[in-house]
Design a protein. Structure first.
Length: 82
């Protein structure tokens, strides 16, 4: 049986772009705890497209490597065999 897993890569993307949790929280106007919860999720959290777009825009704005972030960067499709 094959199960599809969509892996959430927020922590990796933030690290690559050198964006702190505090800065992302301020940019998104959410608590640092909320960012921590988003970062620690292994699978994609239940967020809508608008929030996904806001996260991408915020990381792109704060990025220290001047690269645009897309939803594709934050998500990894990985089929797993059981």
């Amino acid at each position: 049986m094959t199960q599809t897993l969509i892996r959430w890569r927020l922590a990796e993307v933030m690290a690559r772009h050198k964006v702190s949790s505090k800065d992302l929280a301020l940019e998104l106007d959410i608590s640092s705890n909320a960012v921590g919860n988003l970062k620690s999720a292994d699978t994609m959290p239940r967020i809508d497209g608008k929030r996904l777009e806001q996260i991408c825009d915020a990381i792109s704005k704060l990025s220290r490597i001047s690269e645009r972030v897309s939803p594709h960067d934050l998500l990894e499709w990985k089929p797993e065999d059981y």
